[in-house]
Design a protein around this ligand. Structure first.
Ligand code: PMP
Length: 364
């Protein structure tokens, strides 16, 4: 039996076992071609079918029609911070950003290097313990903005927006890197959604970028080809050699989601896991202290502190010995972070919760 641990890593993160097994089965001879998917031309019919199915399945999961294009790009989530501004933030215009954590702030700073990016909301003073609640941004988003950018799930702080902000006619742009395809979302309301694959949907190295087609006209012709959403869309993300293997895995994950009830079923699974874990934290008489305020808690990254940094170290290292990986909080905030993305099982969370109870008994 292959050893598989309880994987609470923040990303790259757990992938569905059935998908990994399918990859393994198909690795040497893909669909009778005698080649691996990694070894074949991205211009051939076999790969093209994989590519197009992945796009179609993502659209199906999100209920998207012809109004939106699904692109695959390299460079991770961070590249899109800049690519977004290159495509939509032109001289004489401005864009607005909500700063709800490290990635949100980095997106804003990258935007600022390239144009007039403005921060209109920040939880920095409050150590990013919460995100805006419905109504908090009312009247704050300028109707003339080129776009409004936010980060739906703050991977490092463990906070997550529970609503889609109302930006009126201003295009909504969302970095969904760490909660993409984890819950149903009214995707048609967005101008742009982007997500690095390595949390919920595949291996690092491909980013899914969803763009409302009317916005493509704003991509400036003088942009380098590979930074232009319009040019990439025109070539169906085959302008250059795409990260074909990664796209193949993303496609398998999408198929797996569709086969298991889509995003409604996935959100139920994710809620159950998060409830179990937050209950353990809340019921610990203050031994485990949650970072996020209750109204902003993430279903993907659950962040908490212990009474001392020494205990946190001990917790993470003992958990590792008990086959639980990736629990150490991000270096910028410390503490413990349990990432419980789609592919993390309920049993893994049960194992963690039992460990937490034991650990508290011994160290509390
Ligand atoms: N946005 C969010 C929400 C993230 O969690 C991350 C990575 N943890 C990034 C962007 C940066 O992604 P990448 O490393 O793929 O550039």
């Amino acid at each position: 039996m292959t050893k598989r641990i309880h994987n609470f890593s923040a990303g790259p993160a757990a992938l569905p076992l059935s998908v990994l097994e399918q990859v393994q089965r198909e690795l040497l001879d893909f669909q009778g071609t005698g080649m691996s998917i990694m070894e074949m031309s991205h211009r051939g019919k076999v790969y093209e079918a994989v590519h197009n199915e992945a796009i179609a399945d993502i659209k199906k999961l999100l209920g998207l029609g012809d109004e939106h294009a699904v692109l695959f790009m390299g460079g991770g989530g961070r590249t899109q911070f800049a690519v977004l501004a290159m495509n939509l933030l032109h001289p004489g215009t401005f864009a607005e950003y909500a700063n709800t954590g490290t990635w949100a702030e980095t997106a804003y700073k990258e935007g600022k290097k390239l144009g007039d990016a403005r921060e209109i909301w920040s939880s920095a003073k409050d150590k990013h313990t919460h995100v805006p609640q419905p109504g908090d941004l009312d009247g704050k988003i300028n109707g003339q903005a080129a776009y409004f950018h936010y980060t739906s799930n703050n991977t490092i702080y463990g906070t997550e927006w529970q609503h889609i902000p109302n930006a009126g006619k201003v295009p909504l742009v969302c970095d969904m890197s760490s909660d993409f395809l984890s819950r149903p979302v009214e995707a048609t309301r967005f101008g742009v959604i982007y997500a690095g694959a390595q949390k919920n949907v595949g291996p690092a190295g491909v980013t899914v970028v969803i763009v409302r087609k009317d916005l493509l006209a704003r991509s400036r012709p003088e942009l380098p080809d590979l930074f232009s959403w319009a040019k990439i869309e025109k070539e169906n993300s085959l302008l250059n050699t795409p990260p074909a293997f990664n796209i193949y895995v993303v496609g398998l994950v999408a198929k797996d989601l569709l086969a298991h009830g889509g995003l409604n079923a996935m959100t139920e699974h994710n809620k159950k896991k998060a409830e179990l874990l937050y209950k353990a934290i809340d019921g610990s008489s203050g031994f485990y202290r949650p970072h996020a305020k209750a109204n902003s808690r993430s279903l993907m990254n659950v962040t908490y502190r212990l009474p001392s940094e020494e205990l946190e170290e001990k917790f993470a290292s003992e958990a590792k010995k008990a086959s639980m990986e990736g629990l150490k909080g991000h270096r910028s905030v410390g503490g413990i972070r349990a990432s419980i993305y789609n592919a993390v099982s309920y049993e893994s969370v049960q194992t963690l919760v039992s460990f937490m109870e034991e650990f508290k008994k011994k160290n509390g």
